[in-house]
Design a protein around this ligand. Structure first.
Ligand SMILES: *Cc1c(COP(=O)(O)O)cnc(C)c1O
Length: 236
């Protein structure tokens, strides 16, 4: 089995050392362990060794696994593309944070479902900083108008921004995109819109989390560094 406990300890130590190096030792970086494709018993090992936030990207998979977890933890983050017909199922899992709201359309659907259940939900707005067609997310240019629109929905609180870097083994190629998201984060903060708090800047995955932290991330989403390479079930 992959050495999950050692991987988590090493990862936490690397993030801490990076914050010290950046003279940001007083800051905290929330580590979200991305548990997609990992079975429940493997997730339990992580929860027993320092992980308190987990991220899943498919509602069906989360529905199958999240209710089976026994070790207490802070919360479940939804990090995948959200479809309107999956919203009720997702809300039944009480996500701590939906990180991947990428259109006003889906925000409206989410807001209506929340209203019917009398719930208020924290979300992040996903921004497609790299402008790759294969990726979800609002464009950098449209982000502020969309945040303005979503901010007027009563059952949704915007808590920050999320992005996915380039699929490249060289994290330096992604650095300029992380810089752009940080700039947007600061600009939105200055606008001080009602219902909008720029608290979380979620960027950085296994290959680029140190660069993301250097560029101001305070939330990273990490899978393979913790669990080893993902094995997708056949036919998936
Ligand atoms: C899979 C995934 C991650 C984690 O990927 P790793 O490279 O394994 O760390 C992070 N964020 C999102 C949105 C993902 O889908």
């Amino acid at each position: 089995m992959f050495p999950i406990r050692e991987s988590i300890e090493q990862l936490q130590a690397r993030i801490k050392a990076k914050l010290v190096e950046l003279v940001r030792a007083d800051e905290e970086v929330t580590l979200v362990a991305v548990t997609k494709t990992q079975p429940v018993d493997v997730i339990e090992v992580a929860l027993q060794h320092g992980i308190s936030h987990i991220g899943e990207n498919k509602v069906q998979e989360a529905l199958r696994k999240i209710p089976l977890l026994k070790t207490p933890y802070q919360g479940f983050h939804f990090i995948g593309h959200l479809q309107s017909n999956k919203i009720n199922n997702l809300l039944s899992l009480k996500p701590l944070l939906i990180q991947s709201v990428d259109s006003f359309y889906i925000a409206q659907k989410l807001n209506s479902a929340l209203g019917r259940k009398n719930l208020v939900q924290d979300i992040l707005v996903q921004v497609n900083t790299t402008s790759e067609a294969s990726k979800s997310g609002v464009s950098l240019n449209n982000a502020i108008p969309m945040i303005g629109q979503i901010s007027r929905l009563n059952n949704i609180n915007i808590k920050g921004l999320m992005t996915i870097g380039l699929m490249s083994s060289d994290p330096e190629l992604t650095r300029p995109f992380f810089k752009k998201l940080k700039e947007l984060f600061e600009r939105v903060k200055e606008l001080a819109m009602e219902g909008v708090e720029m608290k979380y800047l979620s960027m950085g995955m296994s290959d680029d989390y140190l660069v993301a932290v250097e560029e101001g991330a305070n939330m990273v989403r990490i899978g393979s560094v913790i669990f080893g390479p993902r094995v997708y079930p056949e036919g998936a």
